[in-house]
Ligand binder design. Structure first.
Ligand code: HPA
Ligand code: ZN
Length: 338
């Protein structure tokens, strides 16, 4: 349709995409076999009996933690540099088809180093894919290093120091830090010290907050971790003052509509605070989060928003411009994107 074509053609930036969340069940089974990685015994979890069974299971997540259980099993099949390269190149190919011009992708180094896959194997694979995507599609991208919040601050710091010692923040390979995994019970202030080190070093900062957690997770991310973005942030509407502050300070909220439905943060896309954010001038981008798990890539998310809210050209222009202005690329690239 016309709207679909319009949304496809709209120059998009993706800011909330976990590269490990773009691992499809098909690639999961293929790599498990190729790398000899054992998957759970179907006698204990029938979801692993077949490709179809796993795909069906992904349609019935009950919460963030229910999803994360499968997310961490899934990524255990990623072993070699070339596995990470293929994974990321497949994502970039799809993103390009969806009209993405610039992507900032999260990766979870601790989920790999904890199973003896070196940090450099992960990053080298991802960087190889980034270079190919820029050459083949003109798609620019950045990496955002996420800490797993269910692990300790000490563990986050070890990961941070490894990236620092390799010069990955100063040479631009890693554009910033983020915080993901189980939210409730793991508030952002646990990670205050590593965020303070990053702030001092001029490293950009974001954190998942207000997905399942209440508004204190958002305010603590901003006040204590000094984040410049909020990932998800849909519960922001529960605190009017905080909402106005986010608008005033031009904090980018990275929304993930289909993810929020799949993880039962809302029952349908129409419940998301899209209209409220637009009316209050809260800058947000629309993203896919973990597209292989949540049944849609970025364009599907854009279309779901349009279907639910019937936005105007002016609204879409605001969203597209906020996404570009909130990107962590240099001013020259931003100018080209605008
Ligand atoms: N929330 C928290 N952690 C995650 C997510 C998410 O949506 N996706 C992958 N890790
Ligand atoms: Zn996420």
């Amino acid at each position: 349709s016309d709207t679909h074509q319009f949304l496809q053609d709209l120059p998009k930036c993706e800011h909330h995409l976990h590269i490990e969340g773009s691992l499809s069940p098909a690639l999961l089974f293929r790599l498990a076999k190729a790398n000899n990685v054992p998957l759970p015994d179907p006698a204990f979890d029938p979801s692993f009996a077949s490709l179809e069974a796993l795909e069906a299971r992904y349609e019935h997540f009950t919460s963030l933690n229910d999803f994360l259980h499968y997310y961490f099993i899934g990524m255990s099949v990623l072993i070699t540099e070339s596995d990470f390269e293929s994974l990321a190149y497949e994502y970039f190919t799809r993103a390009h088809q969806d009209g993405v011009h610039h992507a900032e992708i999260f990766f979870d180094p601790q989920a790999h180093t904890h199973r003896k896959i070196p940090y450099s194997t992960v990053v080298n694979g991802l960087v190889a894919a980034q270079k190919r995507a820029e050459k083949d599609f003109g798609l620019t991208s950045k990496l955002i290093l996420c800490f797993l919040r269910h692990l300790s601050e000490t563990d986050a710091d070890v990961t941070y120091q490894e990236a620092v010692s390799l010069g990955h923040f100063s040479n631009g390979i890693v554009a910033g830090i983020g915080l993901d995994s189980s939210e409730v019970g793991f508030p952002p202030e646990i990670f205050r010290e590593v965020y303070a080190s990053a702030a001092e070093a001029g490293i950009r900062r974001t954190a998942h907050a207000g997905e399942e957690g209440d508004t204190t997770y958002i305010s603590k991310a901003l006040d204590i971790c000094k984040t410049q973005r909020i990932d998800h942030g849909i519960r922001l509407v529960e605190d009017e003052k905080l909402l106005q502050r986010v608008a005033r300070e031009k904090i980018l909220v990275t929304m993930c509509p289909l993810s929020n439905v799949r993880l039962r943060c809302v029952t349908k896309v129409a419940e998301l605070p899209v209209r409220r954010f637009l009316d209050e001038g809260v800058r947000f981008s629309i993203n896919s989060d973990d597209p292989a798990y949540f049944g849609g890539y970025i364009l599907d998310n854009y279309c779901a928003v349009q279907e639910a809210f019937g936005l105007s050209l002016k609204d879409w222009r605001f969203i597209a411009e906020a996404a570009i202005e909130g990107s962590w690329c240099d001013e020259v690239r931003k100018h080209v994107l605008l």
